[in-house]
Design a protein around this ligand. Sequence first.
Ligand code: BTN
Length: 234
Amino acid sequence: MKSIKINFLQKRYDFVESTNETAKSFVTSGAPEVTAIVASQQAAGKGRHGNTWTSPKGNLYCSIILHPADRGTPLARYGQLAFVVGNAVAKVLKNLSPTLPITLKWPNDVLLDGRKLCGILIEVEGDAAIVGIGMNIQSSPVVSTYATTYLCNHVDKPVEVEEILEQILVLIGEKYESWIENGFDPVRTEWLSHAHHYGETIVRAGIQGRFIGIDDDGRLLIQQSDGIIVKMIS
Ligand code: BTN
């Protein structure tokens, strides 16, 4: 497989409100095609569904600006990027330590030993996709609704934010190009190979059934005991 390297133009900050918001301001002011916004801390880090992403120094906060529409991908398919990026992050972590128990939880969480290590927030600004990635490296916040962990707690060697970031940018570049070139099917296959509870009976929003896949819109497919397949949006 040919490997394509995108050189992300990086903008670095000690402190921002939210790298996703900074990225949006770059888009509105006409940033180049691919740009990565990186910060050491965030005052108002954003999670999905309006949640807060606690962002102290020592963890990884990055937002990447991409323009899939310029490469023929309709806006309706931008949600697929969460799976592209999940695959990239999983591969970086496996490269760091192949025995790390990494799983990907629908729609866009990266778990380590079943606990949340990394969150991905995809937002759309104009026709740009803003891909926000937060990874707990040196600490993890206590969150009441789910268990969390951080990378240094599981790895016996020093882990540098910078090193993880550089690898994430390389892998996202490669996997983004592959997605543009080859579409969603290979992305889905790879993602499902890491998926948390894939093939098992799960309960989501009160629906119980077997987790049998994800569709092209990124919806979770749950097959109930009567055979009916329910498609869940995130
Ligand atoms: C989630 O799991 O709810 C998504 C969390 C995404 C957090 C990252 S940190 C970098 C980027 N900037 C933000 O404000 N949010 C994302």
